[in-house]
Design a protein around this ligand. Structure first.
Ligand code: NAD
Length: 478
């Protein structure tokens, strides 16, 4: 529990307390009975694991957690984070967010999350593999992983490689399970992954923001024009979410003027070439020293740069009551989980700044993870059965148009019009549709009830109602 206090004497809430407060505030605006709300708040399963690992420095005890926040739908689903800051409360907060995130985008999973308390920079690849495989074995022992039970995915500090080790370890213990690959998502393509998963969270963020910025009346309240074109953007965290968000926002016409990392920030009001910055980072493993723009040495102060959209995509508790009064962005687009505290959000709301909340805006990752899980269970690549059939049908249609109108399509026109959908086309189509539909639901919830002042509360209200409906239909609370 948090014991810190602000200079004003107010208690400073930690991440978990912030998430619980958000649930309580939203829950009070629903007609869900108190006992059921209590059940919806608590973690259903909390597992802490301590295990030994041999490293170059000798034996080390490594701590990890897996939290299944809700079993109202199974499997439970949520990423695994490698972070030296990891603790049980953080994992519980992240797992709870997953429950509501899945509900918002109608992904039929309960929420979960895992963490291993390490700074991955202190370990060799071989040591990371040993840690990952041992953590997986500990989850298997406790029946806390499996395609029907609990399906992890990448999060802060993890990626496709760790997911491949998890899948391989699980398969070694479950030789007869034909669906074993569905025990984890975010895997490499050759190990049962799906096209589009790596970039899904950032791409989903760009789809979501496109929809959020489409409504002229909402933008007018912020003093902005509708649409993303020309909007200036600052991104915090140039990892999986931040890089892809920046890239797709730039492709949508935004000017990314700031990229903030843990040790400083690049600022260029003319716009940063995101792909070039990524290439530079791949070479040096850091954005420090990038030869274009201005290097700002204070990453925290860089959050206060003048811009239209600020995209915090690193960690929780970045925008707090302390710096919220100085934030100059008109829109906060939450790529990370929990980057804005509730106290900060109250300040931002009072200042007329729009916060597009994490539990909606970064749900692209779990949406495409859901597609990957479906692919693993169906054992067939999306588009494999119908791509050629569709292409041929469109081609015949073009032929019929040509013979009735006399128009002749060029080879390039034929190629683009008579094209059957590939896996990546279907994944992106499903992702875009999901992000648009979910935002519309959240916006309608907000417009329907004048007591709901912000998008986070609206998102929680809708999600709590969906989770409660499942519980009630299951007869758990007759
Ligand atoms: P990542 O490890 O790929 O990248 C995180 C980046 O943030 C790194 O480049 C790191 O150096 C940087 N960073 C760390 N501390 C910082 C600081 N104080 N200031 C600026 N930059 C800092 O992680 P990720 O997968 O991109 O996850 C980032 C956030 O997005 C987390 O909150 C995670 O829970 C959330 N998220 C991730 C996914 C996903 O699919 N990966 C999905 C939904 C939400």
């Amino acid at each position: 529990m948090s014991t810190a206090t602000a200079p004003t004497g107010e208690k400073i809430l930690n991440f978990h307390e912030n998430v619980m407060l958000a649930i309580e505030r939203a829950g009070a605006l629903t007609d869900v009975p108190k006992g059921l709300l209590d059940q919806i708040k608590v973690s259903n399963v909390v597992v802490k694991i301590n295990f030994p690992v041999r490293t170059s420095r000798g034996y080390e005890v490594i701590s990890g957690w897996r939290v299944q926040h809700s079993h109202h739908k199974l499997p439970a689903k949520g990423g695994i984070r490698y972070s030296p800051l990891g603790d049980q409360e953080e994992v519980e907060a992240l797992a709870a967010l997953m429950t509501f995130k899945c509900a918002i985008v109608d992904v039929p999973f309960g929420g979960a999350k895992g963490a291993i308390k390490i700074d991955r920079r202190n370990y060799t690849e071989e040591e990371l593999e040993r840690i990952t495989r041992r953590y997986t074995a500990e989850l298997i022992k406790r029946n806390c992983i499996g395609p029907a039970i609990d399906v992890p995915a990448p999060d802060y500090g993890t990626g496709a490689k760790e997911m491949a080790w998890i899948a391989d370890t699980y398969a070694a213990f479950h030789g007869n399970d034909i669906n074993a690959l569905g025990c984890v998502t975010g895997k490499p393509l050759t190990q049962g992954g799906i096209r589009g998963r790596v970039e899904a969270t950032g791409r989903g963020l760009a789809f979501g923001l496109t929809e959020a910025c489409r409504h002229a009346e909402d933008m007018a309240k912020l003093g902005l024009q509708p649409g993303l074109a020309g909007k200036s953007v600052v991104v915090q965290g140039f990892g999986n979410v931040g890089y892809h968000a920046a890239r797709y926002l730039a492709e949508a016409g935004c000017r990314v003027i700031g990229v903030i990392e843990w040790d400083g920030a690049i600022y260029d009001p003319a716009g940063i070439d995101i792909v070039a910055l990524d290439e530079y980072r791949k070479g040096t493993r850091s954005i420090t020293g990038y030869p274009h723009g201005t290097w700002l040495t204070d990453p925290k102060a860089a959050l206060e740069l003048e811009c239209d959209i600020l995209v915090p995509s690193a960690l929780e508790n970045q925008i707090t009551a302390e710096n919220a009064p100085r934030i100059k962005a008109r829109i906060i687009a939450e790529g990370a989980n929990g980057p804005t505290t509730i106290a900060a959000e109250d300040i931002l709301n009072a200042r007329g700044i729009m916060v597009v909340p994490d539990l909606y805006l970064n749900a692209g990752g779990v949406t495409v993870s859901y597609f990957e899980w479906l692919k693993n269970l169906s054992h067939v690549r999306f588009g494999r059965m119908d791509k050629r059939f569709e292409a041929t049908a469109y081609d015949r249609l073009l032929g019929a148009i040509e013979s009735t109108t006399g128009k002749r399509f060029t080879a390039a026109e034929r190629l683009s019009l008579a094209h059957g959908a590939d896996e990546i086309d279907l994944v992106n189509s499903g992702l875009e549709d999901t992000m648009i539909g979910a935002f519309q639901q959240i916006r309608e919830t907000k417009l329907r009830d004048p007591r709901i002042k912000d998008l986070r509360t609206a998102a929680f209200v809708g999600a709590i109602q969906k989770v409660a409906t499942t519980y009630l239909e299951l007869g758990v609370f007759p």
